[in-house]
Design a protein around this ligand. Structure first.
Ligand code: ZN
Length: 82
């Protein structure tokens, strides 16, 4: 998936850093995944993280289908690669 390499993106949720709504603390993670010096979701359950990310996107007013797509894409993020 070469388009991941075009712009730096969060290693946990794949949000491109230029779309990050907050102030980023880490070089590897966006402001939603990494806050106050640690990962917000420290577990290793991809499905749980996906549904939390999905809810978060809806809360930020994203279109439901787009949010579903982005949540699905998370499986390709470096953090979740097996
Ligand atoms: Zn992220």
């Amino acid at each position: 998936m070469p388009f991941f390499k075009e712009s730096p993106a969060c290693e946990s949720c794949l949000m491109p850093f230029d779309k990050d709504p907050g102030t980023r603390e880490s070089d590897r993670y966006c402001s939603l995944c990494f806050r106050d010096g640690k990962l917000c979701y420290e577990g290793s359950d991809l499905k749980e993280f996906q549904s939390a990310a999905y809810e978060g996107m809806l809360a930020r007013g994203m279109n439901k289908y787009l949010a579903m797509f982005y949540a699905w894409m998370i499986r390709f993020a470096p953090r979740w690669k097996k």
